[in-house]
Design a protein around this ligand. Structure first.
Ligand SMILES: CC(C)(COP(=O)(O)OP(=O)(O)OC[C@H]1O[C@@H](n2cnc3c(N)ncnc32)[C@H](O)[C@@H]1OP(=O)(O)O)[C@@H](O)C(=O)NCCC(=O)NCCS
Length: 256
């Protein structure tokens, strides 16, 4: 997705905002827009080294923008300078704050689209994927879905299958990212729960997780899983300095 092409379904935040104890914030951003405006100096030597090793220029630029954005957003919550944030690794290599503390976060990107979830409720995972209607969903479902989920997919109208598959898939990824295990284990062993759109935090059966589906922009599906019960999920399009006029905010899409 090229710069300026993403049209968010989420609003910009009010001028003053803060994270309430039971709340989860989910931010969306266009990494191509951010790459043009974020100062590069905030990244650590490790992040610079990771950036240097990425061969594809667009992927490299987006990685650096994602890390710069993560630092910029977390710095707002912590009241510090982006360059002063130090990251450690939790289970499965999941990034966390080296300083410890109760602020949990998780980042996901799909092309230029990035989501960042932040909360003090508990560990969380977020995932965003481009909905690809042309992929062989049957074959993918065979490798990733439970028998019940495959049955649901077969029973869905053909034009609804891609959205349903990606809803199930992003929930599985978000759950794996909440625990830190990612999808290192067989995704068929993670049940994605009730297939109806979760427009508010909903228990993820058989797990300590609460799930909410996310629709940040057209053509993309996302999910948030929190290991703990959030009272509320608030979604914002991240302000991009000097580029706010180009963000193209739209009213929220009804879930499909
Ligand atoms: C982690 C994982 C779920 C990422 O999924 P993805 O769809 O490729 O990528 P996403 O864009 O959604 O997420 C990437 C971000 O998740 C975060 N992340 C990395 N490892 C993570 C983990 N174990 N758990 C949760 N989040 C993780 C990072 O912020 C990363 O961003 P970065 O690339 O800018 O550093 C996937 O790589 C995976 O399943 N890994 C397996 C984990 C594993 O094998 N661990 C055992 C090794 S000890």
């Amino acid at each position: 997705m090229s710069a300026g092409a993403v049209r968010w379904t989420w609003p910009l935040p009010p001028r003053e905002w803060s994270l309430e104890p039971g709340e989860v914030h989910v931010w969306c951003a266009d990494l191509d827009q951010l790459a043009a405006v974020l100062p590069a100096a905030a990244l650590s030597a490790d992040e610079r080294e990771r950036e240097r090793r990425i061969r594809v220029p667009q992927v490299r630029t987006r990685f650096a923008a994602g890390r710069g954005w993560l630092r910029e957003r977390l710095a707002r919550y912590l009241g510090t300078d982006p360059a002063r944030i130090e990251f450690g690794r939790g289970p499965g290599g999941k990034p966390k704050l080296a300083s410890g503390g109760a602020l949990h976060f998780n980042l996901s990107h799909a092309g230029a689209v990035a989501l960042l979830a932040v909360s003090r409720v508990g560990e969380l995972g977020v995932d965003v994927e481009a909905v690809d209607a042309h992929r062989d969903l049957e074959e993918l479902a065979e490798r990733t879905c439970t028998a019940r989920e495959r049955e649901l997919l077969r029973g869905a109208a053909p034009d609804e299958r891609p959205a349903l598959f990606h809803r199930l898939w992003t929930r599985k990824e978000a759950f794996g990212k909440a625990t830190g295990a990612g999808l290192a284990s067989d995704p068929r062993r993670i049940a994605a729960g009730d297939p109806a759109p979760a427009v508010a935090p909903t228990p993820l059966a058989g797990t300590p997780g609460w799930v909410q589906d996310l629709w940040p922009c057209a053509g993309h599906a996302g999910a948030l899983v929190v290991l703990g019960r959030p009272e509320r999920v608030t979604a914002f399009a991240a302000p991009v300095p000097d580029l706010d006029a180009g963000l193209g905010i739209l009213p929220a899409d009804p879930p499909s």
